[in-house]
Design a protein around this ligand. Structure first.
Ligand code: MD3
Ligand code: FE
Length: 218
């Protein structure tokens, strides 16, 4: 049984915080009141650093399109995965973290019990119907004691949450527009992924799911 408790949003409305595993909390609807502002900021970032399908070491390209903001961005190519201060497509630094991104990430981390979390990188994933991310661990960050904060916008997705071994059976959770999840402690190194996105159109985001993941990367 998930452990349910209440958290209080800045406007004092109650939001449900669902603990799905040790250190993993979904704050349902936590970003709803700033979602339009976040999506406008994503568009401004993508105008500077366009979404692109990165290659992975096998030579395949990812079905999810990505960009980044912050002092470093996650990049992938034939050589592997890493964080880089420079966008390889433009040769310029990534756009900086918008104030509305930083404010939301800090408030969500605080609400989940990670006061003092200061991200330096935000990976932005863009899914269209059919796009997916297979089970993986996030281990390119320097400091695994910091949590990762993720924000779901647009079309809903089925989140796959496994264990510390790739072969551990994955549980499924729905991540909807406005949900914010915080992944720390024992959940930080859990295998996780996203099932192929189902077709649909969201009133604010269109035929897409946008996911922001805030990290302490470098
Ligand atoms: C659990 N993104 O960017 S967000 C990723 O929805 C990534 O686009 C997915 O996995 C997405 O790496 C899932 C939820 C998430 C993000 C990072 C985690 C869950 C996590 C790191 C550790 C454990
Ligand atoms: Fe991940």
């Amino acid at each position: 049984m998930p452990d349910l408790f209440d958290a209080i949003r800045s406007d004092h409305s109650e939001i449900i915080a669902e603990t799905i595993a040790d250190g993993a909390v979904i704050l349902h609807g936590f970003a709803l009141d700033v979602a339009a502002e976040l999506l406008a900021a994503v568009d401004a970032i993508a105008a500077q650093a366009p979404f692109r399908h990165m290659l992975v070491p096998s030579g395949h390209s990812m079905s999810v399109a990505i960009t980044n903001c912050g002092s470093a961005g996650w990049v992938s190519d034939r050589k592997g995965y890493r964080y880089d201060r420079i966008d390889p497509d433009s040769g310029r630094p990534w756009p900086s973290l918008p104030a509305c991104f930083l404010d939301l990430a800090l408030r969500a981390a605080d609400a989940a019990g990670y006061g003092g979390f200061v991200p330096d990188a935000c990976l932005i994933n863009c899914y269209v119907p059919g796009a997916r991310v297979s089970l993986h661990q996030d281990k390119n960050e320097r400091d695994f004691s910091a949590p990762i904060v993720s924000v779901s916008l647009g079309l809903p997705a089925t989140f796959l949450f496994g264990g510390l071994r790739r072969t551990d059976r994955a549980a499924r959770f729905r991540l909807s527009h406005g949900d914010v999840a915080v992944w720390g402690a024992a959940s930080r190194m859990a295998f996780h992924g996203i099932a192929p996105l189902k077709p649909g159109a969201h009133v604010l985001a269109g035929e897409r799911r946008i996911n922001l993941t805030f990290r302490k990367a470098i």
